[in-house]
Design a protein around this ligand. Structure first.
Ligand code: AMP
Ligand code: MG
Length: 491
């Protein structure tokens, strides 16, 4: 039996200017280290066959499966605010698209599969560490219920890639509802190719916003749709303490999925100014800046769409501004609603926002662990005698003072303690991919070819909202000497 991919490709049928046709570069000795079996099934693929040597060759880019139409997608982008007119898939190749079991079109892409015409000075390869990091964090985001690209597989190539040192090479198979980015629109906008922008917009509407096709002003509605999805996405990030790290416009997905896990990280202690990425020297992409940056990126998208808004550019600009103007409210609504749930409120009252902000302020001042404070708050809601939350605060009295007001507010609602705790546990994860855990997993794999820690971490993170007593240590923040201060994109 050979592995069958039920490809139904649409992007590669777009005009030639949208991509470069390029096959993956074969590698020496592919070895499958992880297959996401449930995702394979979801995509209509046979997991058993993917686990054969032939499957590993496909997932490493050594063999191109029947029906694939391998391309590197063209895109541009603002990187840290600087516009680069041509980026493109420099180390990723889209094999093709399949329709999954829910009828959703999904890209299957190999990341680290060799050079393409967009590689510039890069080698087109990926190192094992960043591949494992993307696998772990993207699947953790999925389990948390946050829109994201997924990871189907990781293979080692049997070759080394040269970064600061020689590292094992690897390929990640990434699955996305599409890889179309704000930067994809920018690629055509800077070339003043309005036909291509329209073509791309129509493709995006059909694929991601089908409800908009045939409406009166579909391109305006498209912008509004992307604005809404990005606003909600960034709210979700903030609610779990996630910092993307490189919110460049080329890493900003039109479908509203989290994409491109580089130097991303979850914060341990709550700090709105937190930055982990080694290359983010100015803190442009700090935790609390993310909503502002998302809006900045969306403004770049709006500029690309202006030619589709009508002949009169003044009017088009005004309309775009109005659409972008919805971002703060959409974000704030999603964020505040999420926060209310995190502290166990079922209803909305005057004063809630201030109450919650006071908690966040106290957490920041007292270096409280973001994840554990909310999880332990759920325990405290379930049992007034449970006082683990206060231990998260350097000065526990700061929590006590706040908790008195919180309990008063809770008393205004009829829900039982148990009901409230269940609701809180469903939104406050106990397990997140803590940086020190991710780091330890990567070290074991890279230095000792040991994937047991990787397997265990992935397993625990697949059920982030459930107490898993056997794995309780995975909930712990790092000890002082385990603390990860910086993360690297590793490209
Ligand atoms: P990223 O920081 O991963 O979003 O990548 C930014 C740009 O650099 C994209 O155009 C990538 O395709 C390209 N790139 C990153 N790493 C490599 C590499 N090793 N070889 C070639 N191109 C790369
Ligand atoms: Mg990128």
């Amino acid at each position: 039996m050979t592995v069958h991919f039920p490809f139904q490709n649409s992007y590669s049928a777009l005009p030639d200017s949208f991509f470069a046709r390029v096959a993956p570069t074969p590698v020496a000795a592919p070895r499958l280290i992880k297959l996401n079996r449930p995702l394979a099934v979801q995509l209509g693929l046979d997991p058993d066959l993917l686990e054969t040597p032939e499957g590993a060759e496909i997932l490493a880019g050594k063999t191109v499966p029947d029906g694939a139409d391998p391309i590197a997608m063209a895109y541009a982008g603002h990187q840290f605010g600087q516009f680069v007119p041509q980026l493109g898939d420099g180390r990723a190749i889209l094999l093709g698209e399949v329709i999954d079991r829910d009828g959703v079109r999904r890209d299957i892409q190999l990341k680290g599969s060799g050079p393409t015409p967009f590689s510039r000075r890069g080698d087109g390869r990926a190192a094992l560490g960043p591949v494992l990091r993307e696998y772990i964090v993207s699947e953790a985001m999925y389990a948390l219920g946050i829109p994201t690209t997924r990871s189907l597989a990781a293979v080692v190539t049997g070759e080394h890639v040269i970064r600061e040192t020689a590292l094992p090479g690897a390929v990640l198979t990434r699955v996305a509802s599409s890889h179309i980015r704000v930067g994809t629109f920018q690629f055509f906008a800077v070339r003043r190719d309005t036909d291509a922008i329209r073509r791309l917009a129509d493709h995006v509407i059909a694929r991601h916003y089908p409800e908009l096709s045939g409406t009166e002003r579909p391109y305006h509605a498209l912008l509004a749709g992307v604005v809404a999805r990005q606003a909600e996405l960034v709210a979700r990030w903030l609610l779990v303490g996630f910092i993307h790290g490189v919110m460049n416009t080329d890493n900003s997905s039109i479908s509203g999925e989290t994409i491109d896990y580089g130097p991303c990280a979850f914060m341990d202690a709550y700090n709105p100014a937190q930055v982990f990425s080694s290359i983010d020297e100015m803190g442009r992409y700090a935790y609390a800046n993310q909503p502002r940056i998302a809006l900045w990126n969306l403004t770049r998208l709006a500029e690309c769409l202006l030619p589709l808004f009508g002949e009169e550019q003044d009017k088009a600009v005004e309309q775009a501004q109005e659409i972008l103007g919805a971002f703060p409210e959409t974000f704030s609504k999603a964020y505040q609603a999420g926060l209310r749930k995190k502290v166990g409120l079922f209803t909305e009252r005057d004063g809630d926002e201030a109450l919650i902000q006071d908690l966040l302020d106290a957490m920041a001042k007292n270096q409280a662990d973001f994840t554990l404070t909310f999880r332990r708050l759920g325990d405290a809601a379930g049992d007034p005698a449970a006082d683990d939350a206060r231990a998260e605060f350097m000065d526990p009295a700061a929590f006590d003072e706040w908790a008195r007001r919180w309990r008063e507010r809770l008393a205004a609602e009829p829900q039982s303690a148990a009901e409230r705790q269940t609701a809180m546990n469903a939104v406050n994860p106990i397990f997140i991919p803590r940086n020190h855990r991710v780091e330890a997993v990567i070290q074991a794999a890279v230095n000792n070819d040991d994937y047991a820690p990787f397997e265990e971490l992935v397993k625990v993170l697949a059920r982030p909202y459930e107490d898993q007593p056997d794995y309780a240590a995975y909930a712990d923040p790092p000890l002082p000497d385990q603390r990860v201060l910086q993360t690297f994109c590793g490209t």
